[in-house]
Design a protein around this ligand. Structure first.
Ligand SMILES: C[S@@+](CC[C@H](N)C(=O)[O-])C[C@H]1O[C@@H](n2cnc3c(N)ncnc32)[C@H](O)[C@@H]1O
Length: 379
């Protein structure tokens, strides 16, 4: 976290900690996964409300931060295997791993799978990511909240499965299991799937829209909150709709029956391929996915749309992109963001728009992150 933001969060955390809540997890204080377990959940929401309203002062205000279930919400957790431990990095220390026995923000079934795997894979040689020696790098657990399906991926440094015997009694527990090769120096928990042990994917379901999740594909981390946000976005979409930064197409597909046509634009080819598969899975015909840089696409198609959805990366949008969006001269823009600070900067730069409404959503309880949706109206 950037220094200024960290300081602001520390000040707000002191204000809202009060007498302190009793952290649910035994690793709290050491593990880098959560920072706010000692703050009562209602106060975490107030803290995030203050944070967002501080950023947007003079521009817009949120009434509240929409809550999530406070624990057992995460769809995905990447547990590093190193130094004889399996878990998450110590807060602020990349070189230290906390031996996580159980994680209270992971969904229940995937957490139980992790607890079992810790024991089963105890004797498998792990990978020292400081010396770049060894074999077993990560256990990645994923769970689709609405279907309950669980995926386990085993990320290793060599194209061989040294855990076949240990995993045999475990495979009944999950819907998908894969061996993944990550043989570079970079500390990556994804890579080539070189052996599918079971299934190969899991499926999530957002109010009838099905999303296939493969070992390397992105999916929102908290389905319950994501679906609330998508519902809100859908209310503001009509006609020919452009979904910029569309990732695996989850927003495009969710809003499709509220639009005449949706075009999703995403720069990562693999994400676009996943989006297309999900379109087929749902037999949705009025959505196209295009692999392109958003900047290039918008410069050539500025007159083709009635609605615009933006969901850029945390870094926000390029100044040239802001200019291109202004040139589209749309009446309304829906801006979803995982970083309210860059969202605020982009909105300021979109000078000919005012904020009609701003909502904040707690996608990541127990952590400082907060998501938002701004509806922008042309002045
Ligand atoms: C916050 S994610 C959006 C996730 C997406 N809404 C979903 O649900 O899958 C931002 C996306 O923007 C993509 N991206 C980043 N820079 C881009 C660019 N210049 N042009 C198009 N897409 C870009 C990233 O690859 C990422 O998938």
């Amino acid at each position: 976290m950037k220094k200024k933001k960290k300081k602001l969060f520390n000040t707000l955390a002191d204000k809202y900690r009060g007498d302190g809540a009793c952290p649910e997890c035994e690793h709290f204080g050491e593990c880098g996964g959560c920072m706010f377990q000692d703050i009562a959940y209602e106060n975490q929401l107030l803290l995030k409300k203050d944070y967002v309203n501080g950023l947007f002062e003079g521009i817009a205000e949120v009434e509240d931060v929409k809550p999530s279930r406070p624990f057992e919400y995460r769809n995905r957790m990447d547990m590093v295997a190193a130094f004889g431990k399996k878990g998450l990095r110590k807060a602020g220390f990349y070189r230290h791993v906390v031996d996580v026995k159980s994680c209270s923000i992971m969904q229940k079934k995937s957490n139980e799978a992790f607890i079992e795997l810790r024991e089963l894979l105890r004797d498998i040689e792990d990978y020292d990511y400081l010396k770049h020696e060894g074999y077993f790098r990560y256990i990645v657990l994923r769970q689709a909240m609405f279907t309950g399906q669980v995926m386990a991926n085993f990320v290793v440094s060599r194209r061989e499965n040294l855990m076949e015997r240990e995993l045999e009694p475990f495979l009944d527990r999950v819907d998908s299991a894969s061996m993944i090769l990550s043989d570079g120096l970079a500390d990556l928990s994804f890579g080539e799937v070189f052996q599918t042990l079971k299934g190969g994917s899991i499926t999530e379901d957002f109010e009838g829209i099905k999303y296939q999740i493969t070992p390397n594909s992105f999916f929102q981390s908290n389905s319950e909150v994501a679906v609330q946000m998508y519902r809100r976005i859908k209310e503001h979409v009509q006609g020919r709709t452009l979904d910029l930064y569309s990732g695996v197409g989850s927003i495009s597909l969710f809003v499709a029956d509220g639009a005449s046509h949706v075009t999703g634009v995403e720069v990562v080819d693999e994400a676009v391929e996943t989006a297309k598969k999900n379109r087929e899975l749902n037999s949705i015909e009025n959505v196209d996915f295009i692999c392109a840089d958003a900047l290039d696409y918008v410069s050539e198609h500025s007159a083709d749309f009635d609605s615009l959805i933006l969901d850029p990366p945390r870094s926000g949008m390029h100044p040239k992109m802001i200019k291109n969006i202004r040139d589209m001269k749309l009446d309304k823009i829906v801006y979803m963001s995982c970083n309210p600070a860059t969202c605020r900067d982009d909105i300021k730069a979109l000078e000919d728009y005012r904020v009609e409404s701003l909502e904040a959503f707690d996608m990541f309880p127990q952590t400082p992150h907060v998501e938002s949706i701004a509806i922008l109206r042309r002045k």
